[in-house]
Design a binder for this molecule. Structure first.
Ligand SMILES: [Ca+2]
Ligand SMILES: [Ca+2]
Length: 123
């Protein structure tokens, strides 16, 4: 017999983020905006290059774990503080379900653009 879990709505906290190149521990967070969790829920946050290249930030997929007590979960983002003069660059992050746990609906912010603000001077 299958257990029926409630539908949970989840979204990123912003549709865009801006982080300075030398920002120490930038975070991207997602929160449950509707309904409760009956058991832990693990989602993935994936990173895709846009104008920023993989040398500019950590592209490794991160996991976000939500529980009844933690309705918000955050991923740490690592940005490479290089010494190059660059335009501001961007990449995208996307929330992905893993097929387990509650039925997850992403609200309109399932994807966000992250801007890396250069700190070496503008071209
Ligand atoms: Ca720099
Ligand atoms: Ca730079």
């Amino acid at each position: 017999m299958f257990l029926i879990f409630s539908v949970v709505a989840i979204g990123l906290t912003n549709s865009s983020y801006s982080f300075g190149e030398s920002e120490k521990q930038p975070q991207i967070c997602a929160s449950i905006v509707q309904n409760q969790l009956e058991r832990d829920l693990v989602l993935a946050l994936t990173f895709t290059s846009s104008t920023a290249s993989p040398e500019d930030f950590n592209t490794q997929t991160q996991t976000l774990t939500f529980s009844e007590q933690n309705l918000m979960a955050c991923a740490n983002v690592t940005i490479e503080d290089d010494d190059f003069f660059e335009n501001d660059e961007s990449f995208t992050v996307r929330l992905n379900g893993n097929g387990n746990g509650p039925i997850v609906q992403f609200n309109d912010i399932s994807e966000a653009t992250v801007f890396i603000i250069d700190n070496d001077g503008n071209i």
